[in-house]
Design a protein around this ligand. Structure first.
Ligand code: ADP
Length: 156
């Protein structure tokens, strides 16, 4: 059976840290779906469509990676895609505590879906979408934090 993993998040913006987790996940899964959660209450840097466009560009040469959006419970979305795995990245102990609670609650909702965590590369530990977004909103250069084939011009 095909192993499908969902990599859910806001990806506002998608960073070099996200890219690394997805690429490493390819050694474990046949298909990874990068799934952008719709959250109407959050004020975002980019629209859902723009985030999809950017992530599609990052993985244009990788047919095993798909990009999608979803609304509602992540577990329901996993079920609708036939995905048995949820992929998440861990940077710090704070990430661990946050992810632990979500993963354990998700396990209650569906026992068949496993959350799988990859530790970030040391150099990507401080890369966080919220800070990257703040730098961008204040006209700073965020190119070092973006995936390898995305540049500042792509963000317009
Ligand atoms: P969320 O809004 O769900 O926190 P994010 O877009 O911030 O979504 O992150 C999605 C996933 O990517 C989470 O598992 C998060 O821990 C992980 N992640 C974010 N930044 C990094 C990074 N620099 N290195 C590794 N994983 C990361």
């Amino acid at each position: 059976m095909k192993k499908i993993a969902i990599f859910p998040g806001s990806f506002d913006p998608f960073t070099i840290g996200h890219e690394e987790i997805v690429k490493r996940g390819l050694s474990m899964f046949d298909t990874i779906i990068v799934a952008i959660g719709k959250n109407s209450s959050k004020k975002t840097m980019h629209s859902l469509e723009k985030r999809m466009e950017l992530i599609n560009k990052v993985f244009a040469d990788e047919p095993r990676i798909e990009v999608d959006t979803y609304e509602g419970l992540t577990i329901n979305y996993c079920q609708s895609k036939g995905a048995k795995f949820l992929l998440r990245g861990l940077r710090t102990a704070a990430d661990f505590e946050y992810e632990r609670a979500i993963a354990q609650m998700n396990k209650n909702l569906d026992h068949e879906i496993e959350s799988v965590f990859l530790l970030t590369a040391p150099e990507h530990t401080p890369v966080c979408s919220t800070i990257v977004r703040d730098i961008f909103n204040n006209e700073g250069d965020i190119s070092a934090f973006l995936p390898t084939n995305i540049n500042m011009d792509d963000l317009k």
